[in-house]
Each structure stands twice: as C-alpha cells, then as structure tokens.
Design a protein around this ligand. Structure first.
Ligand code: 5AD
Ligand code: SF4
Length: 444
C-alpha cells in the first residue's frame, strides 16, 4: 500500500479526471496522503491552455527533484493531463526525476504505469485518441453530494488560439443511455447536484448518427429526479432554441449559463474562428433573457489577441457592458505552440494588453457587484458546500444562479452537518465576488 496525492490544475474536466485517478489508485489499494511530504506517489493533473499554468507546472515538478535527491528516492512522480499529453516522452527527457507521463486518453493505465516505474522504468504512455470515457473508471468524488458527468470529450472547433483540440482530441459523445443511467445511479446514491461536462456540450450527439441531441439529454437527465442540474461549457454558435427552452421547462436546471464570447469585435471573432458575430451572440442573449428572465450569465474573454486594436478592445468593453454579465473570466492572450494563432506576427505589446485587461477587470468587478446587489432581499434554495475557505465559523453555499454565498454557522453546529444540504437562505449583503446571507428556514 502506498499513499498518493493528486494536484489538479485547470478546468472542470480535469477535476473530474482527478476523481477518476483517485478512484483507480484506491482500487489498486493506495490511500490518500495530506501532503507531498507524506506521499509515496505524487500525481500532477495538468493544464496547457495558458502559458502561466504550464510554467507553474514545470516549476512545481522541478522543485520536487530535491525531495527525491534529499532522502526519498522512491517517491514516484507522475504527470498527466494536457501537458502530459502534449509533451509525452519529451517531459521524461527534460525532467529526468519524473517517473510516469500519461495523457488525457491513458488515465486508466495510471496504476500499471506506476507499477512499472516502481521497478525502475520511467515510462510515458500517450495515445492519440480513445473511445473510452474516464467516467467508466472507478471514482472517489471530492464531495459526496456533487458529481461531474462528462457527456463529450475533445473538441472539433479549432478556435485559432486554443490548444484543447490537440490535447483532448476530436469530439466524441458518450452514449445517451450511459449518461442517463449514470445520473440515475448518482441520484440513488444521494448526489444532489450534477454538472454535465464537455468542451462544447451543445454539440452533444453530433457525432452519433440518429442520437438524441443535448436538449433531449437534459430532459432525460432531469427525469431521473436529480435535484440540481448544471452544465459547462457552451459554445454560442451551437446553443439551440431547444436548449434555451429547457431552462424554462426543467425546474431542476439551474438558471445559470456560462457562454464564452471571447471577444466583442467581429474582426477578432473571425480571426479567432469562433463562427459567430457579436450581433448573433447578442441576439442569443436576448432570446435567453426573454425565455428565462433573470438567468445569470457568465463568460470568458481574451484580451490582447494578435492584431487587437484600441477600437477592437472598446468593442469588447461595450459588449460586456451591454450584456451586463453576472461574472466574467478574463485572460490575456497566451500564444500556444501548434495553434494557428501562434504564427500571427502582430502581437499586442504586453503593457498594452495589461492595461486593457485592467480596464476590463474593473468593468467586470462593478458588473458583478451590481448583479449581487440586485439579488439582496431574495430568499433562495442554496446548496451548502462546507466551511468557507477563510473562516470555519462561516458556511459557503451556492445559489441557484451560481452565486457564492456566506452564511454564519449556527452556534453549536458543525459545517459537516450542513455540507451537501439544500437550505433556504435569505440574501442580506453583496460584495463583488460573494454574497452574505442567513438561514431563512431550518436546512432541509
Ligand atoms: N490564451 C488565453 N486564453 C485562452 N483560453 C483558451 N486558450 C487561450 C489562450 N491561448 C481561454 C478561453 C477559454 C478559457 C477556458 O481559456 O477564454 O474559454
Ligand atoms: Fe478551445 Fe474553442 Fe474548443 Fe473551447 S470551443 S475548447 S475555446 S477550440
């Protein structure tokens, strides 16, 4: 028996994959360790989407060399996920103290790769693609009340800046029946909330002739009785009217949509190969708000794409303010080797990109605050997640609109008693990144 620790970077798909890696390792008889110092197996599940996460990974793995040379030569270091997929054998050459490199399609091989490496053979195993879904593997969920449920893997969109299609492979949809059966068994197992996952969930079923599409999947999943349903991520060009209408007709589908726009200028959207114009995007938003009044909207935005002019950037700011997002995730463009945009020559100078980014961040912050302020006074059913990160006497919970809310822990009660329960909470205060509230009725 060995003790393992998994460090997860990046997106929700990686969080899901890490739960499966934990499941595999526990099925092989290993137990979780609280820190690197107490672990015999250290796994990194990595992200290649932007340079910063990539650099941090190489830095963190390099720093573990000291652990191995400083008296713990038997510790096994494994690197998986998108950087493992991209770098394969090359990583073993660059970081010789790494024992195992695995990819996004070879998660199931992790225990056998570790066994082989334990007998002194560093190994890299990366496959081009697979029809296997990590969801068919054993799992140790981070929270007993929440589950990630992948419905597609990979991506066929080839946005010009994005490395995902190269490290996650072409888009594959999971079998309709498999998804519905898994959700039904999760509901029976006491899971309160699921998040359906895919790089572009809206194109679910496109690769399976005659298969039901995403909106039908939503209805079937809701019919299992699952209490709260979310999904990510959506591509604006594939968001169908049926999916928009599902928000109105499925009460358990939470009123929140993450709809990455990436940019506000048509010229840059075309250079990004996004497949829609700002007018088409805004038209989708209007439809959504007509059908689902009060739906919360968030987005991803890239600043400083090659060739972005002041005017292009003003169009992004204008779009953000027009939509009045409840939240936005903002990024400075980061060239990724092998993507079409990486060869573009008209880079935006770093200081220009940074000052645009800062202006955008200011706008996003004030929109988030305004959105949170509008929610004050409502009483909503929230899913309690556990103690807040900063203060054990405060509970963190999520509103249906995916807003984070902090509630004082009732005197004499523990956070563990509340975690995973759905409670009616009165929203009493607003900050840019969270709300405060109080229990409006005893937790149910
Ligand atoms: N540079 C900056 N941001 C990127 N994203 C994806 N690729 C890049 C890149 N090369 C952002 C997009 C995407 C989010 C997950 O990361 O906004 O939606
Ligand atoms: Fe990347 Fe575009 Fe696919 Fe999203 S839709 S994963 S941004 S290529």
């Amino acid at each position: 028996m060995s003790r393992y620790i998994i460090h997860t970077f990046g997106c929700q798909m990686n969080k899901h994959d890490s739960e499966r890696m934990a499941g595999l390792l526990e099925a092989a008889g290993h137990v979780r360790a609280p820190s690197n110092d107490e672990a015999d197996i250290i796994v990194f599940n990595t992200c290649a989407v932007r340079e910063t996460a990539d650099d941090r990974l190489y830095g963190q793995v390099a720093s573990l060399k000291a652990l191995k040379t400083g008296g713990r030569p038997d510790v096994l270091i494994a690197v998986g996920g998108c950087v493992g997929q991209r770098d394969g054998e090359r990583m073993l050459r660059e970081l010789p103290h790494v024992d195992v490199v695995f990819g996004t399609h070879t998660i199931h091989e992790l225990p056998s790769l570790l066994d082989a490496a334990a007998s002194g053979r560093p190994l890299a195993s990366v496959a081009e693609e697979t029809d296997r879904f990590a969801s068919d593997l054993p799992s140790v969920r981070e929270h007993r009340w929440h589950a990630w449920v992948p419905i597609t893997v990979g991506c066929d969109n080839h946005c010009s800046y994005c490395i995902v299609p190269y490290v996650r492979g072409p888009e594959r949809s999971r079998r309709f029946e498999d998804v519905v059966t898994e959700v039904a068994s999760l509901a029976a197992d006491g899971v309160v909330e699921i998040t359906l996952l895919g790089q572009n969930v809206n194109s679910y079923g496109r690769d399976r002739y005659g298969s039901p599409r995403f909106a039908q999947l939503l209805h079937a999943v809701a019919d299992t009785g699952m209490q709260r349903i979310r999904f990510a991520t959506s591509h604006p060009k594939d968001l169908s009217s049926e999916t928009i209408e599902a928000f109105a007709s499925i009460p358990s589908l939470m009123p929140y949509l993450h709809l990455p726009v990436q940019h506000g200028s048509n010229r840059i959207l075309a250079a990004m190969n996004r497949g829609y114009t700002r007018e088409q995007y805004l038209e989708r938003i209007d439809r959504l708000r007509d059908v689902v009044p009060g739906i919360a909207l968030s987005t991803d935005i890239i600043v400083g794409f090659p060739g972005e002019t002041d005017d292009d950037f003003e169009q992004t700011l204008d779009l953000v303010e027009r939509v009045a997002y409840d939240h936005a995730f903002t990024f400075i463009y980061s060239p990724r080797e092998g993507t079409p945009a990486a060869v573009l020559t008209d880079a935006v100078p770093r200081d220009v990109a940074q000052s645009r980014f800062d202006r955008l961040a200011t706008s996003v912050r004030s929109l988030s605050l305004a959105s949170n302020e509008r929610a004050v006074g409502e009483a909503v059913d929230c899913l309690v997640e556990g103690p807040s990160r900063r203060d054990p006497r405060v509970l963190s919970a999520r509103t249906p609109h995916n807003r984070l809310i902090h509630v004082p822990l009732p005197v004499g009660e523990t956070a563990a008693e509340h975690a995973g329960s759905v409670a009616r909470i009165l929203i009493t205060g607003a900050h840019p990144w969270f709300l405060t509230g109080e229990f409006a009725a005893p937790p149910v």
